[in-house]
Design a protein. Structure first.
Lengths: 104, 354
């Protein structure tokens, strides 16, 4: 069985706000339910100890938006951040593309 | 009060300690998002200090040794952008608001438009003193091509803070000694040093002026251009703000780990302007071998498959082996030279740190 995982990335405030904790708990739930998902949580201003996806790096800008949510390196629009069903759908869509389409 | 104008709390708290200052910034933003603080314009003044952007490495942009010798504190801001030097000769302001509320009021839908609207406030302020200024890039205002004002934004869920810094009579000599900005950034903008890049408003005006004289004009222009009504000056915070300010000061901004985070020793990031464009190399290095590698940036990509092949071949290889693999690859000479230049930089950085 392949060991490749699909990346989920969150940029949150540090220390996390209540809304950040909601997102963190939601995504930790996704990963618990699917071992082929890998969650990386970055806290604004703190050192990042893993290579980020290209999609994440491309958003670094003069303006920081918290939170940022990336599923397989694709940014998720803010209107879906608090919508668990929509987030699950985005994950399913990217996951079903197959591991050749999963970005490092 | 103008019709339909928005009422904004005007805050002049006179906190000049940089660490405490940014605890205040983040606290108000968090509480505006939670509807626990009102829309606020905060006028900020400082003692001498250096602030770095949230994503920067201190050692790359600041002369830490000089700052320590001169007792100039260095602190990481919560917002992005480059390293800046501040002192009693400059002032900043921060505008905190709920995005939906202000954008509906201004009839805009894109935060980047706010850079233009507030940039126009700065230009009108300069104009009031007979000084011609203009917008430059997305977030600066310049006089005669030199930067007098810069700005940045930080959004937290439904709240946003737009911050601006205005150089009035800052000690530029001290600025040049504390900062060592990337030559890469300057060369892209056609400058070779800080002195050519920035200007004090008093230099353009050719006379001295008090900071408050400019601040008062700026507040009038902001109220008029954005149709705002400022409250009487507040000098203190709400109970809830005070509590959060203390917590963020103690657990975040006053801690050395916030400004000088411990980066995993094995991860390196090299950015270089090469003849094929800006290349950004991130790699982890362990027991003298490359363990992970990523190449990105703004450069002309030759054969993408050749590059992918090459990157996969250098995993678990030493730097000497990597040079050999690059030289034996089927990439063009130009491209090989750029990669070797990048790995040379990595080697120098690695040797400096170990």
């Amino acid at each position: 069985m392949s060991t490749k995982k699909m990346r989920l990335e969150l940029l949150l405030a540090g220390p996390p706000t209540k809304k950040c904790l909601f997102l963190k708990n939601t995504f930790e739930g996704f990963v618990r339910n699917n071992p082929q998902l890998q969650l990386n949580i970055y806290y604004a201003g703190s050192a990042i100890s893993v290579p980020t996806t290209k999609g994440y790096r491309q958003t670094l800008d003069k303006r920081i938006v918290i939170p940022m949510v990336f599923i397989n390196g694709t940014p998720i629009p803010k209107e879906y951040h608090m919508d668990i069903e929509a987030l699950q759908s985005f994950i399913n869509e990217e996951f079903n593309k197959g591991e050749n389409e999963w970005h490092d | 009060m103008q019709s339909n104008s928005l009422v904004v709390r005007l805050l002049k708290d006179n906190i000049r300690d940089s660490y405490k200052h940014f605890a205040v910034e983040e606290s108000i933003l968090r509480l505006v998002d939670e509807d626990k603080s009102p829309m606020t314009l905060r006028i900020r003044k400082y003692n001498s200090s250096v602030w770095i952007g949230v994503n920067q490495l201190v050692e790359e942009d600041v002369d830490v040794e000089y700052c320590e010798k001169m007792n100039i504190p260095i602190v990481r801001r919560p917002n992005p952008g480059g390293a800046v030097y501040q002192d009693e000769g400059s002032f900043c302001f921060s505008f905190f608001f709920k995005i939906d509320e202000l954008f509906q009021h201004l009839n805009i839908d894109d935060p980047s438009l706010l850079y233009q609207l507030i940039g126009k406030v700065i230009i009108d302020t300069c104009q009031e003193f007979g000084v011609k200024a203009e917008l430059s890039g997305r977030n600066d205002v310049t006089i005669g091509g030199r930067k007098v004002y810069g700005s940045a934004q930080l959004q937290l869920y439904n709240a946003l803070v737009h911050s601006g810094t205005f150089l009035v009579k800052t000690n530029i000599e001290q600025m040049t000694k504390t900062l060592r900005p990337s030559k890469l950034k300057f060369s892209d903008k056609g400058f070779t040093n800080i002195r050519d890049r920035v200007i004090n408003f008093t230099e353009a005006l050719n006379r001295d002026i008090e900071l408050d004289d400019i601040i008062n004009i700026l507040l009038n222009k902001m109220a008029k251009n954005l149709n705002l009504t400022f409250s009487k000056i507040n000098q203190s915070f709400t109970k809830e703000e005070n509590k959060l300010i203390e917590a963020l000061y103690k657990t975040k901004y006053s801690r050395k780990e916030w400004t000088f985070p411990k980066i995993p020793k094995s991860e390196f990031k090299i950015i270089s302007k090469t003849k094929i464009g800006i290349m950004d190399l991130t790699l982890t290095f362990d027991e003298d071998k490359i363990r992970t590698i990523n190449l990105s940036g703004d450069y002309l990509i030759p054969e993408d498959t050749s590059l992918k092949n090459l990157l996969s071949k250098v995993i678990n290889k030493s730097i000497d082996e990597t040079y050999r693999i690059i030289n034996q690859s089927d990439l063009s000479t130009n491209y090989k030279e750029c990669l070797i230049e990048l790995f040379n930089k990595f080697q120098r950085k690695y040797q400096n740190e170990y």
